[in-house]
Write a new protein. Structure first.
Lengths: 561, 193, 349
């Protein structure tokens, strides 16, 4: 079968994939030290503990952290994480034996209920390995009534070949993982594997492994970003996912091939996810290749293994050549979401100088989500948040196709990523202001009610029918009813007294303001002015209420029908 | 020669085009009217109030943001809001169609976001700061220790002055917890796979 | 160190140079039929535009090279030079080039921010200021009187630089659009059979049709290279042809001209492929481009049929440019997955 839908826009950059597909995935000797970022997890081990491979090191609300090999926990330290941040990490010194933790054993698949299976998937640390990094179990749990399972073997970004080689070498295991996923989803009607047509070996291997199953392997044209989750789903099924919803809410689940492979290792062998395939490529690497890398391995170690020439390198990139980010500190470790490290030469990078936008519109032609990057660019520069929302900034998938074609060399995707953050901050600020306004209004209403209650209490104290000398908040309702029942004459007298009292207060405050010494600092003076104005408002309100009351007294209320 | 004279020789064509354009215009106008969101033109005061930071600090000389919004609508200068700073002034200038002005220094200077913090060991539980708070963000009772709910504090400063023992301090939100962290951005979509 | 993404390698100056290159077939046809004056006009207008741009760069404190490098002044100058009559006096091209840069482009913020197409703004300024000089088009080569020969560089220079001394009336002829504008008694068929412009022409008027086809050819090159999108040109040409058909009136003497005449004379093809496709002053979305094109087509026809000028491209383009912000606002495309169309009534708060 072929594609049902089509990709809007997109680009076809040179793929540079053949560089790293010449040899099989390599396994490197263990590095001397592994750095395992904790994220939001809390450590479960103390410094000095000797742990086996797969031992639980930390758990938390997110994904757990397991030991990628056996060794000694040295402690915790703030270490570089990802492209440009830092975070608390566990330091593990491998002992070189790579011995499994004794508790690691294959689960009895048939004895587990679906929810227990999902829990097992989560506690094995299985997450989207295509770059998302969400817990796969939570992704599945967020949907129901799945009718389609889509396995993403597109790998459409230039240079990256990790999934390609994994499919060539582990096709049978991937199919077995897909069968497990099918079980987890409750037997969806269709299962599709999408692979770009520049990977004929991987497609053939997957077709062979999928023989005699219901799984369809679909070869799709090579076009970036057809491997984006929504883009692939639309390509394969023709179903557009409603904006603001996740595919699983429409009954479609999309999993990366590497994730499916990890699922197989976890459910068949009981192994938590502690390693992955990483592509190391780029012109400044003399020996570009794919490696099986335990999490926590520093990028410097990987780059050294692929004969990286620092002098030739003009930029280290974490991730692919379209969406990757500049790697600030190459000592940062490989994590679940690391699929590629690039050491690019100057000729592989775009020219550094940026020219002003000429509104040529090439960007909007290639945008896979039909945005108008040339408009967003201008709106982002001038921080017009409302207009950014109306131009669907939130729909930007940051694929970088616009960067690729921009003749002025503007880093549009980066700008949109920043603009999204700024828009989120702006929304939070608006929400805060709205909340403060509501609370201020509530405060004023409460103060007004209290003043009123106090005044009413003075009146009713003399009246034996209302024995409420102490008015708490709970009595306010009763007092309001009493006020409604009270004769109009008393109310009018009260209102007249209020007018006199407020005018008195206003005069006093005004006098105080006038008599302030000239040396009084301005803020203090302003505070007094504010009180004067508040008094004036109180006075005007009292007068208005009195006028209302007089009108009411003049015209007797009509009987209700 | 009148421009309409050109139509003289072609009655059917002019009729068709005229009627067609009228029909198209009517359809467009109807659709616009039908689809226009239910958005009555809000009062100017309301729109100004939307742009003010809602700190309710009174430094502008008005008891709260809304009274100041009313004053601006009545013609008062819009550069008297220190908590809003240049951002608010620019937004107001945009709304009012006037040139932005620098913040009026007589009303204080713009500071980074701050919140009040009570030094609890010094608090004597006098409750004097409680009514001063415009958003009821201070919890306390007589002779009990008071505390500021930092997530609700607007940083208005109004509680500092009434405190008889000077135990309330304004601290930068950078050093003392965020009042409300911005929602985490959506994690980046995965395309590489 | 912020560069990461790979890049197609196509730069802005390359886009501009391609556009300038694509005008070549039209320029060759113009030169063949109307003399070498066009080349001089292009030189004058381009020179004036580039010098002005360099001066403005100096005023801004930039190096003139950085501004000139993007090639946009070159394109503006070339387009203005093409649009001017080949034997117009020299100061028209010079003042037009200066106006395009110093009034129509840079006060709005320079390249990409200009509300109006600079070449057309300059052309319109010249047209309303010097209507007589702007109306003198030489006769196409086959229709030149016996006494005159092809206007070579020398004779064209004479006409351009010594306008007072040159007897340009000897070589001028009404343009096809002027012929139709002046026609009051003849059926279209009679006009086509009697007027030398049309008897010598294969599709419409001799010379003009070839020039138009030259620009059409260049425009198709830009389309194939993906440097312009088809939306605006197609919408403009279709609208213009439909209106001409509608008001053709069966070829009577009141006819506003058959579609072929409207498509293949005046500045139609130049406008459709080189002027309204100027991205800075065109709507951003595909739908917006269609609307812009159709609006320009309508306005071109309106000026030609009922306006005060024989051709109306410059005014049509400027009026459309004015509408672009509005069109942009109501034609924001919806990403996939959005059901509600809000192209009307979707304004901001």
């Amino acid at each position: 079968m072929s594609a049902r839908g089509h990709l809007r826009g997109g680009v076809q950059p040179p793929t540079h994939k053949d560089r790293s597909t010449r040899q099989a995935i390599e396994t490197l000797p263990l590095p001397p030290l592994l750095t395992l970022p904790l994220g939001d997890a809390r450590p479960q081990v103390v410094a000095g503990t000797h742990v086996g491979k797969g031992a639980l090191l930390a758990t938390g609300p997110g994904l757990p952290v397991h030991a990628p090999t056996s060794g000694r926990v040295l402690g915790m330290e703030e270490c570089p994480v990802g492209a440009h941040s830092r975070g608390l990490s566990i330091l593990l010194e491998p002992d070189g034996e790579d011995r499994w933790h004794p508790d690691i054993h294959a689960p009895n698949l048939w004895a587990l209920t679906p929810s227990e299976l999902l829990a097992a998937v989560h506690s094995a640390g299985i997450a989207g390995l295509g770059g998302g990094g969400f817990s796969t179990a939570r992704k599945i749990a967020a949907g129901e009534r799945f009718h389609t399972l889509i396995v993403n073997g597109m790998e459409c970004e230039p240079y990256i070949t990790a999934d390609d080689l994994l499919m060539r070498e582990q096709a049978t295991a991937i199919i077995s993982g897909i069968n497990l996923a099918i079980r987890l989803l409750g037997q969806p009607a269709r299962t599709l594997i999408g692979i770009e047509d520049d990977k004929p070996e991987a497609t053939a291997a997957m077709r062979r492994a999928a023989e005699n199953t219901e799984i369809e392997v679909v070869s799709l044209p090579t076009r970036y970003p057809s491997g984006g989750e929504r883009q692939l789903i639309t390509l394969l099924t023709g179903i557009p996912i409603p904006a603001g919803e996740r595919p699983q809410q429409s009954g479609i689940l999309c999993l990366n091939v590497a994730t499916v492979f990890a699922l197989e290792r976890a459910l068949i062998f009981g192994e938590p996810l502690t390693s992955r395939v990483v592509t190391v490529s780029g012109g400044a690497c003399d020996r570009p290749a794919n490696f099986w890398v335990p999490f926590g391995t520093p990028f410097t170690y990987l780059l050294a293994a692929s004969d990286y020439r620092p002098n030739a390198c003009a930029g280290l990139v974490l991730g692919g050549a379209m969406m990757g980010e500049p790697l600030r500190d190459p000592r940062a470790p490989v994590t679940r979401t690391t699929h590629c490290v690039l050491a690019l030469t100057a000729s592989e990078l775009p020219p550094p100088q940026t020219q002003p936008c000429i509104r040529c519109g090439l960007c909007s032609e290639v945008c896979p989500v039909a945005l108008l990057p040339q408009q967003l660019h201008r709106l982002a520069q001038t921080q017009q948040y409302g207009a950014l929302e109306r131009h669907y900034l939130d729909e930007c998938i940051e694929c970088g196709a616009c960067n690729y074609v921009c003749p002025s060399g503007i880093p549009l995707a980066k700008q949109f990523r920043d603009a999204k953050l700024a828009l989120a901050a702006h929304r939070a600020e608006r929400a805060r202001a709205g909340r403060d306004r509501t609370r201020f209004e509530a405060h004023q209403a409460r103060v007004a009610a209290e003043i009123h209650a106090r005044r009413h209490r003075h009146q009713t104290d003399s009246s034996p029918t209302h024995p409420t000398p102490r008015a708490g908040a709970a009595d306010l309702a009763a007092m309001a009813m009493a006020r409604a029942a009270a004769p109009a004459e008393t109310q009018r007298a009260a209102l007249e007294r209020a007018v006199v009292a407020t005018v008195d207060r206003l005069r006093k405050l005004e006098d105080r303001l006038e008599q302030l010494p000239a040396s009084t600092p301005e803020p203090q003076r302003n505070a007094l002015r504010a009180r004067v104005e508040q008094a004036r408002i109180d006075h005007e309100q009292a007068q208005a209420r009195l006028a209302e009351q007089r009108q009411e007294d003049a015209a007797p209320p009509e009987p209700r029908t | 020669m009148s421009p309409l004279a050109a139509f003289d020789g072609l009655p059917w064509a002019s009729l068709l085009v005229t009627l067609g354009s009228l029909l198209a215009a009517a359809v467009l106008a109807w659709r616009a009217a039908a689809k226009a969101p239910d958005r009555p033109d809000r009062e100017l005061v309301e729109r100004i109030d939307q742009l003010l930071p809602q700190t309710q600090c009174g430094r502008c000389g008005h008891p709260g943001c809304r009274p100041y919004a009313q004053a601006i609508a009545a013609g008062e200068p819009f550069n008297r809001c220190p908590p809003g700073g240049a951002t608010t002034i620019t937004a107001l200038a945009d709304l009012l169609g006037e040139a932005p002005q620098p913040l009026d220094p007589a009303h204080g200077e713009h500071l980074p976001p701050r919140i009040a913090r009570i030094h609890e060991s010094e608090c004597i539980g006098c409750t004097k700061c409680l009514p001063a708070c415009p958003v009821d963000a201070i919890i306390g009772a007589s002779r009990q220790m008071h505390t500021v709910v930092s997530a609700l504090c607007t940083g208005c400063d109004l509680c500092v002055e009434p405190c008889p023992v000077d135990c309330i301090e304004m601290v930068s939100t950078d050093t003392y917890g965020e009042p409300e962290p911005a929602p985490a951005p959506q994690p980046r979509a995965a395309i590489a796979s | 160190m912020t560069r990461t993404a790979t890049h197609s390698g196509v730069r802005a100056e390359a886009v501009m140079h391609q556009v300038a290159l694509a005008t070549l077939p039209g320029i060759v046809a113009l030169t063949w039929y109307f003399g070498a004056g066009t080349l001089i006009q292009i030189l004058l207008a381009t020179g004036a535009a580039m010098v002005t741009e360099a001066l403005i760069a100096r005023l801004h404190g930039h190096s003139p090279r950085t501004l000139l490098a993007d090639g946009s002044a070159l394109v503006t100058g070339v387009l203005l030079g093409i649009a001017l009559p080949p034997i117009a006096p020299w100061w028209l091209a010079i003042s037009g080039g200066i106006f395009a840069m110093a009034v129509a482009k840079h006060p709005f913020g320079g390249l990409g921010n200009n509300l109006f197409n600079p070449a057309m703004a300059a052309y319109a300024m010249l047209l309303v200021s010097f209507p007589a000089s702007m109306a003198h088009w030489p006769a196409p080569l086959p229709l030149l009187p016996e006494s005159a020969s092809w206007l070579g560089l020398l004779s064209a220079s004479n006409a351009i630089f010594l306008p007072a001394a040159a007897d340009i009336d000897a070589v001028t002829l009404a343009t096809p659009l002027e012929v139709f504008r002046g026609n009051s008694g003849l059926l279209v068929e009679q006009l086509y059979n009697t007027h030398p412009l049309f008897t010598a022409g294969d599709l419409a008027a001799v010379g003009w049709e070839t020039v138009s086809l030259g620009f059409l050819f260049g425009g198709l090159y830009l389309l194939i290279r993906g440097l312009i999108s088809w939306h605006a040109p197609v919408a403009m040409l279709v609208t213009l042809a439909l209106l001409a058909l509608l008001f053709g009136d069966g070829g009577s003497s009141a006819s506003q001209g058959p579609p072929g005449l409207h498509l293949l004379s005046g500045a139609t093809m130049l406008g459709a492929f080189f002027i309204i496709t100027d991205p800075a002053s065109l709507a951003a979305s595909r739908m917006g481009k269609l609307v812009c094109g159709a609006l320009t087509g309508f306005l071109v026809f309106a000026v030609r049929a009922w306006g005060g000028y024989p051709d109306g491209l410059a005014f049509a383009v400027l009026l459309t440019n004015l509408c672009v912000p509005l069109i942009d606002r109501y034609t924001i495309p919806q990403p996939p997955g959005h059901r509600r169309r809000q192209w009307l009534g979707g304004g901001d708060q």
